[in-house]
Each structure stands twice: as structure tokens, then as C-alpha cells.
Design a protein around this ligand. Structure first.
Ligand code: 5AD
Ligand code: SF4
Length: 473
């Protein structure tokens, strides 16, 4: 059994919120001749994008239609990211510019949620300096969305997150407006307990909470029945999933569900990525042979400072084992350049690891100081320009490695899932099991289906292929 279940709430059973939803529906129907429009924009990671689909689901129940245009919108909802300072600056810039829209359309409602507004200091700043913002919710306070929106719409009441509102629940049965067909996200756990010293996430997303396996299985089954074919299981560290079974067992159970679909997952923390997980990946046919395993640094000293709790040797051993079990495995990773106290020597160890590992793709970030984290006060003597040069060097090294990887795929045949029209005339875009984009000429009716494609050439970010006719397979 899960360690505790009292944090799991059923959205459809929250009587008060259902009532507010109904009241808003009636109000909107009376106030608008055509359905009012909402713009929902999510910044940042996949979890935020998945949360954005839930926000849209809740708003859809109230009668909102959706738009991408702020001019058309009656409600603008920003689901924010706090992982780096740049992300926060972009959000504040965008929200600041909304003042102008609000002046033109006084009935416009502006709402914010997510990791940035979970920080009380940010919520307070918005309350004081952004008076045109009507609603500020925390990282996953959607249970309060109907009530807050009712206050703003019908009573002209601002609703700003107050101290002590910590994310500590899981809401099941939230409606969702998914926009990624034939791909879908399924959150398996919320929060993070790891406290990597640079990272704000544990402070804003709260402690780890795992969904029940039966709820996850039901959701995946429903998605497959609706025609979704690529399911990504989400969690800050899926390896510490603790819903009564461990993550490898969850993978096996999802793999056993009937239907032709793919299972992906992210993110894995190297300290918790076990051989059992890699064996489960290797043994489950539907589990994609792609592992996103963020290493963050190639220096043991920096890894210790980052509180990552593994060594470079441990990481290399994991990868060697993974490749032994899955020779066609595609590996991707996250790396932070310029962590406080990182020297040229440390950085060269990162370069060495990247060169030796051979990643398909890397997500590289310049260290960004986050207030409240353990690394915040560390001395940081290396000038920004120097860090930017290292960053550029890493990009160049990975650019070559990535291009070589892409070249090596030419001549191979892959089973791809067709996502829809591609960039060129008559082209389709698809992804192979390794999560690499494959474009090829084909009929748009193939969208949502698997196809066999032979790779004929490689570009930096995508492979070009041609459909293998059924009789040649
Ligand atoms: N500065 C730079 N990058 C960061 N990440 C998390 N916090 C920071 C920070 N303060 C990166 C890590 C993580 C990814 C999602 O974002 O590499 O794996
Ligand atoms: Fe942040 Fe580390 Fe948790 Fe990932 S595992 S969300 S980097 S604290």
C-alpha cells in the first residue's frame, strides 16, 4: 500500500468547487453571446505543460474556449517557471506587458500559478507591484481555481496566494485538455525530496507524493483507448516513485496493458537509477529505449557540492550496464555550467565525460543563483564571461557528438510514431523509439500511427527518411 493516502483528493468530489464551476458557467453564459476565450501559457518543463492541460480542462468545464491571442482573450493564465532567473524575468516581462491589455479591456482576468508564484516573496511582489493581476495561485493549487475565479469574475475580488499554502495533495480526476496527440503526459509523482543545492524545485513543489498505481493504470488505459500512442510518465525523480510498488514494477504493469503504444519516462536521478530499472526497460517491449539521466557535472567535487550523492564512476557504470542491456539505447542528459566554485579543471572533467559518453542530445544550462537554495551563498569567483565561454565550448563539443550520432543513423530502419504534418511540403514529422525526430514524405492520414521508415540523410536536429512499403518489411 502507498505510505499514506490521505493526501489524495478526488476533484469531482470537491462539492464547493463544483458549485463555483457551475456558478461561473451560468455567469459566463449570461455575460457572453459566444463562449469567452482563455489564453493559457505554460513556461518551463513538461510537468508545467502537463499542468497547463489540467488548467485548460478546468476552464473548459466552465465554458471557456481557447485562444493564443492576448487581444482576443477574456482570461489570461500564466503557469510559471522558477528554475532559472531568466525564466522568471521572462514571466515578469510578459505579465507586465498585460497591463496594457487590461486597460483596453477592463473585464479581462489575469491569473498566475506555478513554481514562481509558489514563492511567497514573488506572490507578495505581484500583489503590490502588478495590481492588474487578479489571481495568484501556488504550484498546484488548482483545487482553489474555481473559487478564486468566481471571486474575480463575479465579485471583483483579488485572490493572492497567502503564506502557508504548501503543495501537499494529489488531485485525481482533474479534467484535461490535451494538446499533444498522439503523445500524452501522465504524472506519476509530484514534488521532490532531493534538495540538489542549486535547485528551487523542492521548495516550490513540496515533498514527494506518488499517485496510486491503479489511478495511473486507469489513466494510461483510457489514453490508449482514445488513440494516444506515446505516453510519457512524469515526475521530478520517477525512480523514487513510492505508490506501494516501485517504479520498475509500475513500468512492467503499464507495459502489460493491452494495445500498441510507447512508454517513456522522465526524469531519472542517477543515485536512484537501479539495475532493476534498466532491466525493466530492457525487458519491456513498449518502453522506449531512451534514457534521460541528468549528470549535471563530470567532477566528483562539484557533484558533492551539488548534493547529488553519486560519483562520476557510479554514473559511468550505470551507463555501461544500460548499454550492455540495450545496445540501441539513446542517452540524453542535463548539465549545469558555472556552478559556484567550479574551476576550469572541473569543467574539463565534464567535457571529458560528455566526449566519452556520447549523448544523443544535451540540455545545457548556465548556473543561475536561486534564492533560498543551499548554493545561494557559495562564493562564485568565476566571471560570467568566462562561464559563457565554457558553455559555448560544451555546446560545440556536443554539437559534433550529436551530429556524429545522427550520421550513424543513416541507412537504419526505425519504427516511428507519426505526429502530424512536418515542415516541408508533403512531409510528415515523427519520432523513433530513441525520441529522435524523423521527417519523411507521406500521407497526413498516417498521423497517430506507427510506420517503418528508412533513414536517408541526417540534419542537426532531425533525420530524413522514406517510408518502407508494407510489402518490403
Ligand atoms: N541553474 C541552472 N540550471 C538549473 N537546473 C535546475 N536548477 C538550476 C539552476 N539553479 C537545471 C538542472 C535540471 C534541469 C531541469 O534544470 O540541470 O536537471
Ligand atoms: Fe531539482 Fe535535484 Fe529534485 Fe531534480 S532531483 S527537481 S534537480 S532537487
Amino acid at each position: 500500500m502507498p505510505e499514506k493516502e490521505n493526501y489524495i483528493l478526488d476533484y469531482t468530489q470537491l462539492a464547493g468547487q463544483r458549485q463555483y464551476t457551475q456558478l461561473i458557467r451560468e455567469y459566463l453564459a449570461g455575460a457572453h453571446e459566444t463562449p469567452p476565450l482563455a489564453l493559457v501559457h505554460s513556461f518551463g518543463c513538461q510537468q508545467n505543460a502537463a499542468d497547463g492541460e489540467r488548467i485548460k480542462g478546468i476552464l473548459g468545464e466552465m465554458g471557456y474556449g481557447f485562444t493564443e491571442s492576448p487581444e482576443e482573450a477574456d482570461l489570461i493564465f500564466y503557469n510559471t517557471c522558477a528554475v532559472r532567473e531568466n525564466a522568471e524575468k521572462r514571466v515578469l516581462g510578459t505579465v507586465g506587458a498585460m497591463k496594457h491589455y487590461k486597460r483596453q479591456k477592463p473585464g479581462l482576468i489575469i491569473a498566475m500559478s506555478g513554481c514562481m508564484t509558489q514563492q511567497q516573496s514573488v506572490a507578495d511582489k505581484i500583489k503590490k507591484s502588478y495590481p492588474h493581476v487578479d489571481i495568484v495561485l501556488g504550484a498546484d493549487a488548482w483545487a482553489r481555481l474555481p473559487e478564486s475565479l468566481y471571486g474575480a469574475l463575479c465579485q471583483g475580488r483579488r485572490s493572492i496566494k497567502s503564506p502557508g499554502e504548501e503543495p501537499d495533495t494529489i488531485l485525481e480526476n482533474l479534467p484535461a485538455r490535451r494538446t499533444g496527440w498522439p503523445k500524452a503526459w501522465v504524472t506519476v509523482m509530484y514534488g521532490c525530496n532531493n534538495f540538489c543545492s542549486y535547485c528551487i524545485v523542492p521548495y516550490v513543489r513540496g515533498r514527494e507524493r506518488s499517485r496510486r498505481p491503479e489511478d495511473i493504470l486507469r489513466e494510461v488505459e483510457g489514453l490508449v483507448a482514445e488513440g494516444y500512442r506515446d505516453i510519457t510518465l512524469l515526475g521530478q525523480n520517477v525512480n523514487s516513485y513510492a505508490g506501494g510498488i516501485r517504479f520498475p514494477e509500475l513500468l512492467r504493469r503499464i507495459n502489460d496493458l493491452p494495445g500498441d503504444f510507447r512508454i517513456r519516462f522522465m526524469t531519472s536521478h542517477p543515485k536512484d537509477c537501479t539495475r532493476e530499472l534498466l532491466d525493466a526497460m530492457a525487458g519491456c517491449k513498449k518502453v522506449s529505449k531512451h534514457l534521460h539521466l541528468p549528470v549535471q557535472s563530470g567532477s566528483d567535487r562539484i557533484l558533492a557540492e551539488m548534493n547529488r550523492r553519486y560519483t562520476v564512476d557510479h554514473y559511468r557504470e550505470l551507463i555501461a550496464y544500460a548499454r550492455e542491456r540495450m545496445p540501441d539505447l539513446s542517452l540524453t542528459s542535463d548539465i549545469i555550467v558555472g556552478f559556484p566554485g567550479e574551476t576550469r579543471g572541473d569543467f574539463e572533467q565534464t567535457l571529458d565525460l560528455v566526449q566519452k559518453t556520447g549523448y544523443t542530445a544535451l540540455y545545457t544550462f548556465l548556473y543561475s543563483r536561486r534564492s533560498g537554495t543551499r548554493a545561494e551563498g557559495l562564493p562564485d569567483p568565476v566571471p560570467g564571461e568566462e562561464k559563457s565561454r565554457w558553455f559555448q565550448e560544451l555546446l560545440e563539443v556536443q554539437g559534433r557528438i550529436g551530429a556524429e550520432y545522427m550520421e550513424r543513423q543513416v541507412g537504419k530502419t526505425f519504427r516511428v510514431l507519426v505526429e502530424g504534418p512536418g515542415r516541408g511540403e508533403g512531409k510528415l514529422t515523427s519520432r523513433n523509439d530513441q525520441n529522435v525526430i524523423v521527417e519523411f514524405p507521406g500521407d497526413p492520414s498516417l498521423a497517430g500511427q506507427f510506420a517503418e521508415v528508412e533513414i536517408v540523410s541526417a540534419r542537426n536536429w532531425a533525420l530524413e527518411g522514406r517510408l518502407v512499403p508494407e510489402e518490403n518489411r
